[in-house]
Design a binder for this molecule. Structure first.
Ligand code: PLP
Length: 426
């Protein structure tokens, strides 16, 4: 048995993956602003290209600053490995790419970020992939939607925009029985509030653009692998289990075991799709992650105060924060997100669409932007922005009805945020 202590989350968010720079002793992770890396000799180069040795070749695939971030996120999520990429949307494609082929499908929740609904309902069709959307509160419907061509099931931990918590325990028991991987977008919860692998997820994806960076500075994404899925148990995942022609017939799962998905993501995904995270973005995100737990505690504390106040206000029809004692998702929130139900939720205004638009325009501290997970409080009216590509039925299913605004509660003084909402809500 190892004597190495298991470090706590607050320690890991600062230290995991980073060491003083071996060349200079620099304590903070340097921004390795280099496209290429000098090979020791021709044999070293050949081994790197053959994946017989791990190292740096070219920054489209690997970069030392990005590598620290990958290890940090993998550690915080409790995963085997992680691959960072250029955005949350890139991470979704990077997660699906090794699993999918023309004619294959994913079963996805109806409650997803609007851009993801569009990516899955429109764009992936061009690859010959299909998405079937199901209400993930109906576990039997999820099971029924999985067929022989299904290669993944996809949901968000705390669904954007409504703040609804997905029952990852129930969904993962369905995906395990069906032998398909469960991909969880953990952007809105972060590993501080929820670690989806502890609830049976296979892969976690992040938009690091949001809480992980935490201040609205850079876009980025990450795919984390639990390392627990047996890609060779069936012939459904040939990219991971069958010989790879571009690497002399090497089989990723057989060769890399628990790191198969991660190595494939770098050696094939980043190499060929090129959705690379740049080292500057990795640096900003590393800075943000150092304070993740502190920020999330304050985000949740403020969300609780504001949701409780909103619930008593006569102008408000409904408050979607799952941590409220009156929420139908309260029990689930305590089980899936025991440290808090997040800080992203919707409210329905009695005044309808017009009241939403006026409220958004009347706020002073809240910023009207298409983003979430910033230290600043943010607001948006999804039906006229992020979810406007959808039909009204899809908007309602996604929790983005016309009379709904989405709040991303920041870490300012809660009393100031309440006063701002009070003077603006129509
Ligand atoms: C839950 C969720 N997942 C993924 C994304 C996409 O992330 P990005 O904007 O970094 O591509 C977003 C963006 O808002 C999101 O809210």
């Amino acid at each position: 048995m190892s004597d190495t202590p298991v470090l706590g989350f607050d320690t890991q968010q600062i230290h995991a993956g980073s060491h003083p720079d071996p060349a200079t002793g620099a304590r903070q992770t340097p921004i390795y602003q280099s496209t290429a890396y000098v090979f020791r000799d021709a044999e070293h180069a050949a081994k790197l290209f053959n994946l017989q040795e791990v190292g740096y070749i070219y920054s489209r695939l690997t970069n030392p600053t990005v590598a620290v971030l990958q290890e940090r996120i993998a550690t915080l999520e409790g995963g085997a490995g992680a691959v960072c990429c250029s955005s949350g949307h890139a991470a979704q494609i990077m997660a699906l790419f090794p699993l999918m082929a023309p004619g294959r499908n994913i079963v996805a929740s109806t409650r997803l970020y609007g851009g993801t609904l569009t990516q899955f309902s429109q764009t992936i069709k061009r690859f010959g992939w299909e998405a079937k959307f199901v209400d993930f509160d109906d576990t039997d419907a999820v099971a029924a939607a999985i067929d022989d061509d299904t290669r993944a099931v996809f949901c968000e931990t705390i669904a954007n925009p409504g703040g609804v918590i997905t029952d990852l325990d129930a969904i993962s028991s369905v995906t395990k029985a069906a032998g398909v991987p469960l991909i969880v977008d953990n952007t809105t919860a972060t590993p501080y509030l929820c670690r989806p692998f502890e609830h049976g997820a296979t892969l976690v994806v992040h938009s690091t653009t949001k809480y992980l960076t935490g201040n609205g500075t850079v876009t980025g994404g990450c795919v984390v692998d639990s390392g627990t899925f047996d890609w060779s148990a069936s012939d459904k995942f040939p990219s991971l289990s069958a010989p790879e022609p571009a690497y002399h017939g090497m089989k990723f799962h057989e060769t890399f075991g628990a790191l198969a998905f991660t190595f494939h993501g770098i050696a094939v995904g980043l190499r060929d799709l090129g959705m690379t995270m740049n080292p500057q973005a990795a640096h900003y995100t590393l800075m943000g992650i150092e304070t993740l737990s502190l920020r999330m505690q304050r985000h949740v504390e403020n969300a609780a105060k504001i949701a409780a106040w909103l619930e008593t206000d006569p102008r408000i029809e409904a408050v979607g924060w799952a941590g409220l004692p009156t929420s139908p998702y309260r029990e689930r929130a305590e089980r899936i997100c025991p440290k808090g139900a997040g800080a992203l939720f919707t409210i329905a205004l009695k005044g309808g669409y017009d009241a939403c638009v006026k409220t958004v325009d009347g706020l002073n501290i809240f910023s009207h932007v298409a983003n979430l997970g910033d230290a600043r409080s943010l607001i948006i009216h999804p039906a006229s922005t992020t979810h406007r590509q959808l039909t009204e039925d899809q908007q309602i299913a996604a929790g983005a009805a016309p009379n709904v605004v989405r709040l991303s509660i920041g870490i300012e003084d809660a009393a100031d945020l309440i006063a701002d909402l009070d003077q603006a809500i129509v």
